[in-house]
Design a protein around this ligand. Structure first.
Ligand code: G3P
Length: 218
């Protein structure tokens, strides 16, 4: 399973990248707006820090412009993955960019039907938004399970499932069990994954006992 961090905060990206468990980054226009930075410069900077795929989202809504934006974004760095919304224009753009060997992440996926369309269009990633589905009383994790089942029925579907809109460590466990290829996780949640009260308690006991030995390793 791969871990992407879902943020446009370069300092957070650097910090998490130093942990050695980061495989990529996803951004979206809301996260970029929050960063208060120049979008293209920011993506360039992120791509220098992280070797893995970095999703940068188009903002046009019509195919012609979306495609041009996608080409422009893909030229920022080799590891840019162009993010397009799951609309008719987005799927056409996905198909055309994928044909040029540009990786595409199809975002705002809320149904298995939409995931089938993205796979048909050659998307590198499909991003089902599980938290936003939960928000409206649906089950986001079930969507990951459905897509996993559907994709595994067809050898020609090479699209990876990128579980997005993850809101809890429980979600991370659930999408991992469901077989998501990637989970994109907000920085705070990634840190939550490390925590367990028994780890703290156990470490405290080990260190107290070690002190009694009066030894040093270095
Ligand atoms: O990058 C897309 C995504 O993960 C959005 O998450 O929490 O805004 O629904 P959220």
């Amino acid at each position: 399973m791969e871990f992407f961090v879902d943020t446009a905060d370069i300092n957070e990206i650097k910090r998490i990248n130093n942990m050695g468990i980061l495989d990529g980054v996803t951004t979206n226009p809301s996260l970029v707006a929050k960063s208060n930075k120049n979008f293209k410069q920011l993506i360039k900077e992120i791509c220098k820090v992280v070797n893995g795929p970095v999703s940068a989202e188009v903002t046009a809504t019509k195919f012609e412009e979306m495609y041009k934006e996608g080409i422009k974004l893909s030229k920022i760095a080799k590891n840019v993955v162009v993010k397009v919304p799951l609309t008719v224009d987005g799927i056409i753009t996905c198909k055309k960019l994928s044909k040029k060997n540009i990786g595409v992440n199809v975002t705002l996926c809320f149904s298995s039907n939409q995931a089938i369309l993205a796979a048909k269009a050659g998307a590198k990633y499909i991003s089902p938004f599980i938290g936003r589905l939960d928000d409206v009383g649906k089950n986001g994790v079930s969507l990951i399970e459905e897509i996993k089942k559907i994709y595994s029925n067809y050898k020609n579907f090479k699209t990876k499932i990128l579980a997005a809109s993850i809101r809890s460590t429980k979600h991370i466990e659930q999408v991992a069990i469901a077989g998501a290829d990637v989970a994109t996780v907000p920085p705070k949640l990634l840190e939550e994954m490390f925590k367990h009260p028994l780890t703290n308690k156990g470490l405290k006991m080990f260190l107290e006992d070690w002190k009694k030995t009066k030894q040093k390793i270095l």
